[in-house]
Design a protein around this ligand. Structure first.
Ligand code: MG
Length: 169
């Protein structure tokens, strides 16, 4: 049985994952508006991945006999100076998410809730990947700079990526 405190914290984290999905949709909309359709497609896939994260917690809470509750989705920050800025903001956001998972894991450890610690480990690994991936996108986009041909190729490559929830990512 999960403590009420831990159940509430996990439920909030589930809601935050749905907030994240919304935040990526806002980035997709910006890219769409600027005619960066490949990058828009990338952000829409990223939104799917965030919903998958939310549902992973939803399923865990259900398995543990907790009644899940939903709150309002937070309106995302949607002021971007440039395409690169969307990636920088995404990296900052993912760093905040990582901190949230650290706090949750601390709580599960304080309560010696071993099953939840194990469950959260997946998210800690996932956050390392998320941060590394945005870090490299920023690095590439910075290196590409004003090179339109290179940007075209990079956009095409990123836009072709599809989130596949069967790979458990
Ligand atoms: Mg996530």
């Amino acid at each position: 049985m999960l403590s009420e405190k831990l159940a509430i914290a996990l439920n909030e984290q589930m809601n935050r994952e749905f907030d994240s999905a919304h935040a990526y949709m806002a980035k997709a909309a910006f890219c769409e508006y600027k005619n960066y359709n490949g990058f828009a497609a990338f952000y829409l896939e990223q939104a799917k991945e965030e919903r998958f994260h939310g549902m992973k917690i939803y399923n865990y809470l259900n398995d543990r006999g907790v009644r899940v509750s939903f709150r309002d989705i937070k309106a995302p920050e949607a002021n971007y100076d440039s395409l690169l800025d969307t990636f920088k903001q995404a990296l900052d956001h993912e760093k905040e998410v990582t901190k949230e998972y650290y706090k949750l894991t601390d709580l599960a450890m304080d309560e010696r809730e071993h099953a939840t610690i194990s469950f959260l480990n997946w998210f800690l690994d996932e956050q390392v990947e998320e941060e590394a991936s945005f870090d490299s996108h920023i690095e590439y986009l910075t290196r590409i700079g004003g090179d339109k041909n290179a940007l075209f190729i990079y956009e095409k490559e990123l836009g072709a990526r599809q989130f596949n929830d069967t790979q458990d990512a």
